[in-house]
Design a protein around this ligand. Structure first.
Ligand SMILES: Nc1ncnc2c1ncn2[C@@H]1O[C@H](COP(=O)(O)OP(=O)(O)OP(=O)(O)O)[C@@H](O)[C@H]1O
Ligand SMILES: [Mg+2]
Length: 321
């Protein structure tokens, strides 16, 4: 399947009052047509920053971004800001973690939809726009679209707001949707529903999804492929089935062992130690200080190597097999 998004060697440094902070250290990943890709990793590993860099939503100042983000053939890192704004909201859209924070309490849901539609579909007249909004809300299983359109976000439940966000993210039928931990601000059932709706819609509209999550259970149900991120790098990439059946990177293994499983009596094991300080330079493998297999050889640069369809950045991974 054709790649619609190809991120290559993305490197990002913020210049802070404490000095430079190197948060992305050569991130490469791709999303193909009709594919749902999950980006997982501990807090602070750089998932949200990667999503923002892809969409051109990083702060303008005090940051250095290198590498390329090729979306449908053009490099977004060097794209004109006006052109990028146009594509964002039409060809690629984003859903954030907390719908209440993302929706504006001052405007009705209808007015917020209209703002989105006027950018993505300026050709629609008022009646067509109304029909389009109602359809988008019915798509996310909202049975009374008019009432929801007339409401303000604070009048709706968290679950309903989350569905409104999905409808807004998909109303332009984007080629790519980036969802940063959608629904984690809400309860587990709502999060599950959110994902099922997104999965169904991505299938019917052929929208590719890059999906960020902490929750490996959710990832397993939802994603076709998984990229595991650690300390600003991708350390493993595999199909979902392969990753869960045969995790190769020691960090991936530790991450899988750290989640409780209903089907087993084994207690989850937290990963000892903490992620490296992004202000410090890292030599070789960033997971070395926490890894049982680490040797001096891990201090060299460790590229991703291919094992069948899996890609792994670990020189010791054969020792697992
Ligand atoms: N504007 C900024 N200036 C300086 N540092 C930043 C900025 N934005 C993010 N960072 C740093 O970048 C690193 C990665 O942050 P990011 O939000 O991408 O992590 P994450 O993987 O999304 O974590 P979480 O799972 O908690 O959402 C963190 O160390 C964070 O402090
Ligand atoms: Mg985040």
């Amino acid at each position: 399947m054709k790649e619609i998004l190809t991120v290559k060697d993305l490197d990002l440094t913020f210049d802070t009052l404490d000095g430079p902070v190197n948060v992305l250290r050569g991130v490469s990943l791709s999303v193909r047509e009709h594919e749902r890709v999950a980006l997982v990793g501990e807090s602070g590993s750089g998932k949200s920053v990667t999503a923002r860099a892809i969409l051109g939503l990083l702060p303008e100042r005090n940051r250095r971004l290198n590498g390329s983000v090729v979306f449908e053939g053009s490099d977004l890192v060097t794209e004109r800001p006006s052109r990028l704004r146009e594509r964002r909201g039409r060809d690629m859209t984003m859903i954030f973690q907390d719908p209440m924070a993302a929706l504006n309490p001052v405007y009705t849901i209808r007015n917020q939809f209209l703002a989105v539609l006027s950018r993505s579909h300026p050709e629609l007249n008022a009646k067509q726009a109304e029909a389009r909004m109602s359809d988008a809300l019915r798509d996310v299983s909202i049975i009374d679209p008019t009432r929801v359109l007339d409401s303000y976000s604070f009048q709706l439940s968290g679950g309903l707001n989350q569905r409104v966000m999905i409808a807004m993210g998909l109303i332009s039928r984007p080629r790519l949707l980036i969802a940063d931990e959608p629904g984690t601000a809400l309860d587990v059932t709502v999060q599950q529903q959110t994902l099922l709706i997104m999965k169904r819609l991505s299938e019917s509209y052929g929208t590719s999804i890059l999906f960020i999550s902490h929750n490996l259970g959710v990832v397993r149900q939802f994603a076709d492929r998984v990229c595991v991120m650690y300390s600003g790098r991708i350390v493993e990439e595999a199909t979902t089935a392969e990753l869960f059946a045969n995790p190769r990177h020691p960090y991936t293994r530790a991450l899988l062992a750290s989640v409780p499983r209903l089907s087993s009596d084994e207690l989850p094991e937290p990963i000892e130690g903490s992620v490296p300080d992004p202000r410090e330079p890292i030599k070789g493998c960033p997971f070395k200080p926490r890894c049982a297999l680490a040797t001096d050889d891990c201090l060299q640069p460790i590229p991703l190597r291919e094992f069948g369809t899996q890609r792994v950045a670990c020189i010791h991974q054969e020792e697992f097999a």
